[in-house]
Design a protein around this ligand. Structure first.
Ligand SMILES: Nc1ncnc2c1ncn2[C@@H]1O[C@H](COP(=O)(O)OP(=O)(O)OP(=O)(O)O)[C@@H](O)[C@H]1O
Ligand SMILES: [Mg+2]
Length: 205
């Protein structure tokens, strides 16, 4: 079992979008995957309720109310969808048990400031394990000024940008139907699947 947490204290950064799509990717690759919702709003589990049972299956699990957090051992992958504002001992609890942390960042000054605080706050907890953090540049085209701004900002942190995901209604429409960009019909999402490849490679390494 390997576990990956999607976290960023900023609301609306794209955590649930990344978590659901990543779970969809593993399911479509024939892996046993559990989507562990840590958010009291339970957006990921609500999304699952819309998911057609004929699609590659994802097991849902609410992990937001456990005193001592432990992960299910049976799946190949556990994807954790963290809530906005996650910090302190709870955040550290999760950081201890996961193999990777994906941090979605929208390149706006507000989001970058919140991300800066977050990356600083987890620095101590991840001493010696900093390689487990990867950034996903969310809603951005790599050739734009916004992307350059984000790259410059991240230079201070020594964390890699593992993918650039464009701003597209594909994510919005898929979410509304309990789908991911990795579910059929895939032709419609070819460009998005391509953009995920470096992130998926980074997770597999
Ligand atoms: N790449 C994208 N292109 C277009 N829309 C997107 C993209 N990523 C996310 N969104 C939309 O942005 C909104 C916020 O995304 P999401 O719910 O994934 O963020 P979140 O970080 O989980 O928010 P919260 O902190 O409230 O849990 C959603 O409506 C989602 O559909
Ligand atoms: Mg969310």
């Amino acid at each position: 079992m390997r576990a990956v947490m999607i976290a960023n204290p900023k609301g609306g950064a794209g955590k649930t979008t990344l978590a659901t799509n990543l779970a969809g990717y593993f399911a479509n690759s024939g892996k046993r995957v559990t989507l562990c919702d840590l958010d009291r709003q339970q957006s990921a589990l609500r999304w699952m309720a819309f998911r057609d049972s004929a699609l590659p299956s994802i097991t849902g699990y609410f992990g937001g109310n456990q005193m001592l957090f432990s992960l299910p051992k049976e799946p190949d992958w556990v994807v954790l969808d963290a809530p906005a504002g996650l910090q302190g001992y709870k955040l550290n609890d999760y950081l201890r048990v996961v193999d990777r942390v994906i941090v979605p960042v929208v390149p706006s000054v507000f989001d970058m400031a919140a991300t800066e605080d977050f990356l600083n706050s987890i620095r101590n907890e991840l001493r010696g394990r900093r390689g487990i953090i990867g950034i996903v540049a969310m809603r951005v085209d790599p050739r734009t000024r916004a992307a350059a701004m984000l790259e410059e900002f991240l230079q201070h942190f020594d964390v890699p940008i593992t993918a650039y995901l464009r701003n597209t209604q594909n994510y919005v429409n898929a979410a509304a139907a309990g789908l991911t960009v990795f579910d059929p019909p895939r032709a419609k999402h070819r460009r998005d699947e391509e953009q995920w490849q470096p992130l998926l490679q980074w997770l597999a390494d």
